[in-house]
Design a protein. Structure first.
Length: 158
């Protein structure tokens, strides 16, 4: 049952942001016919973002015993995999996919979507998600948030 819920929320949440909305934006606006081979860098970014996103969703399911949806959040704090580098790798993965779509399709509408997504994700994380995680996991989340960056990895130089 948890696996089905994970699949459902995957299609509903990041699927809407990375597939449905870009498809609607591209089909309802003029897309520049950019034929430069560099546009295929967009495919690489889309693939990297999709692999990262699916890996995080799998970790939420297998290690956290929950889904990516706030109404069915993980019961255990996930700190391995991409979560050992940034606290919000799913959001980073979605932005990576959107940037890849911008490059591949040459769409300014998707740039606007990406910026709106980043602002909304920031507000959601800061005002809802982080306080909820502090309440749920207490000291372990506090220590985790002090050592792992929110969006950008923190590198320690010896």
């Amino acid at each position: 049952m948890l696996l089905l819920r994970s699949l459902l929320f995957t299609f509903l949440l990041p699927g809407t942001v990375t597939v449905l909305i870009p498809y609607w934006l591209i089909s309802s606006s003029e897309v520049r016919a950019w034929t430069h081979p560099g546009r295929y860098l967009g495919l690489v970014l889309i693939l990297m973002g999709a692999v990262g996103l699916l890996g995080c969703i799998w970790q939420f399911f297998s290690e956290g015993h929950g889904t990516l949806a706030p109404i069915d959040a993980p019961k255990e704090l996930v700190v391995r995999g991409l979560y050992q580098y940034v606290r919000n790798p799913m959001y980073v993965s979605v932005v990576t996919i959107l940037i890849g779509e911008v490059i591949l399709f040459g769409s300014t509408a998707i740039i606007i979507e990406a910026v709106i997504f980043m602002v909304l994700a920031y507000l959601f994380v800061v005002f809802y998600e982080e306080p909820a995680l502090r309440r749920q996991f207490g000291e372990s989340y506090e220590k985790y948030s002090q050592t792992v960056g929110r969006w950008i990895p923190r590198f320690r130089w010896s």
